[in-house]
Design a protein around this ligand. Sequence first.
Ligand SMILES: *Cc1c(COP(=O)(O)O)cnc(C)c1O
Length: 215
Amino acid sequence: MIKVNLEKIKNIAGEKVTLVAVTKNRDVNQLLELYRCGHLIFGENRVQELLSKKSLLPSDIEWHLIGHLQTNKVKSVLPHVSLIHSVDSLKLLKEINKEAAKLNKKINVLLQVFIASEETKFGLSEDELNEIVNSNFSSIFPSINLCGLMGMASNTEDKEKVKNEFKFLNGLFNNIKAKNTFPHFKILSMGMSNDFQDAVQCGSNMIRVGSALFE
Ligand SMILES: *Cc1c(COP(=O)(O)O)cnc(C)c1O
């Protein structure tokens, strides 16, 4: 029997926090078990895996793309996702806008900000973020709903460091939100299995949890 820790994680996170069940590398039966428990928001980090799983599962599931997206895959994934967490360059934003316009669709995105001190993680710098949010966004990107920010903290045991990174992102989020220029700007996606409790304490309202769901 497959066991999932859905209720446990939801209880710890609290009802104001949206849980994205990260299902990368999980087989379809594990996803179905989550679905049977009533969960409908699934996150995948690769386009091909998302598309093939989506084709096998019920159509009321909401799919989020959480991993790095290459511009040449934008077109194939757009019709299938309700939120892209991982927009990490201006070039990608432009491509999403262009393909969304062809579909006559508005695409919900989060801008991924680099907050860790590791070289391997993707994301915009604070300057790059500011350049985007201070641009004439709605006329440059008419097919994009800017819904918030996403970030990944350093992979370290040092809780203070992790919390400082989350607080930094929360500060950027609140500053942009306070400007009231983006009507959809409501989501702060931060926190994974190892750090979601700290993330929620630091203002996260959307957590992306994989391994802790299935352990
Ligand atoms: C894998 C992944 C997660 C979930 O990680 P866990 O440690 O398994 O909870 C969250 N966000 C992104 C972007 C991921 O790639």
